[in-house]
Design a protein around this ligand. Sequence first.
Ligand code: PXP
Length: 247
Amino acid sequence: MSEKLKLGVNIDHVATIRQARHTPYPDVVEAARICEEAGASGITVHLREDRRHIQDADVRALRRTVRTRLNLEMANAPDIVNIALEVRPDEVCMVPEKRRELTTEGGLDVLRNRMRLARTIGRLHERGIEVSLFVEPDKATIAAAREIGADAVELHTGVFCISKGATARAELSRLIAAATFAHGLGLRVNAGHGINKATIQPILRIPYLDTLNIGHSIVARAIMIGLAGAVREMLREMACYKLRGSA
Ligand code: PXP
């Protein structure tokens, strides 16, 4: 574990904007480069089975261009696993996936899918790919992740990030206990989901964190920070226009 807490930026929603119009922009490769230049330690993308944002070609292009670490989030589905084995990201984070969900809704049921996950972890390891499992802050699940050979767990922070008061406090305690437990088993501890500027400070109370994976809030914030510049840029383009009859 390094001293400094790392940030992995999930750029799925850069692709969401592109897919809304099937334009070549915004370009995920350029977005990844900007994130890296700004200090991100890694780039994360989720290749969903329905390809709603990130496309196969994006993963291949990012593999060629990402200078830090490429983390591929994915379900344990045969065609997606084959792409991971071919593209060889630095790390795979295995997540459960439902077609109709807006975003990943919960952690993996490692206990119930132990054999299938173990098989995929073994195949990914053979290709030199590290494997993290996205899990609820639950000790039995984390112990099972360790037993089937995961290198890391990513603790699901989504419930904490949308909770308030006593529920939030209880969930943060679970995250702290889970991180301590996972670290004690020798697992690398990452965390992610739903983290934004309002929730980052309490999240930092979770011990032993290696990387936080944050996506939606950063892309959303980028719009607010960048919108004025984009308007000014377009106005500069328009400035040469002479009103008809104004000569
Ligand atoms: N980690 C995992 C496993 C995820 O599925 C996601 C969402 O794709 C994230 C982190 C990032 O979550 P958010 O976009 O809410 O920051």
